[in-house]
Write a protein that binds this ligand. Structure first.
Ligand SMILES: [Zn+2]
Length: 148
């Protein structure tokens, strides 16, 4: 066996899909070749982490995850847009309600009304934006779900 055969043969070896002859040839090479031995050690660790998943199945799983990821992203994008716009309108409406008397006062100049409108909508947008950022920061915290 040559080092170039290692990537293909190591998968079969790890999955225990070799004939006795192939197996002993593979083991003989790994016993003599430090580089392939190190690679095999790495593969064994991956195998351990992925549990009973066969190495050959990994590629299909990646593919499924890729498409699943796209659907999830589209859904999440729409979800965030609806949630953001809805929250901005709801918060703005609530604040306008609280300011109703001020806005109903005919002595308040039009410019000030527009200014109040700007403050209310601006605050609502900032609130939603910050809340969303916090959520993502919390979600991407690498230590959040680490099991020790
Ligand atoms: Zn080798």
């Amino acid at each position: 066996m040559k080092c170039g055969d290692f990537p293909l043969k190591s998968m079969a070896y790890i999955d225990d899909e070799m004939t006795r002859g192939e197996k002993s040839e593979f083991e003989k090479h790994v016993a003599e070749c430090a580089r392939c031995a190190a690679e095999l050690e790495k593969l064994r660790r991956v195998k351990k982490m992925t549990g009973r998943i066969r190495m050959a199945d990994l590629e299909d799983q990646e593919w499924d995850r890729y498409w699943g990821g796209i659907y999830n992203r589209v859904e999440r994008f729409l979800g965030w847009i609806l949630l953001s716009v809805g929250a901005i309108i709801t918060i703005s409406w609530g604040m306008f309600h609280a300011l109703r008397e001020l806005l109903a006062d005919p002595t308040v100049p039009l410019v000030v009304r527009f200014a109040i409108f700007g403050v209310v909508v601006g605050l609502a947008i900032l609130f939603v934006s910050v809340a969303r950022q916090r959520y993502f920061a919390w979600k991407s915290d690498p230590y959040r779900e680490v099991k020790r």
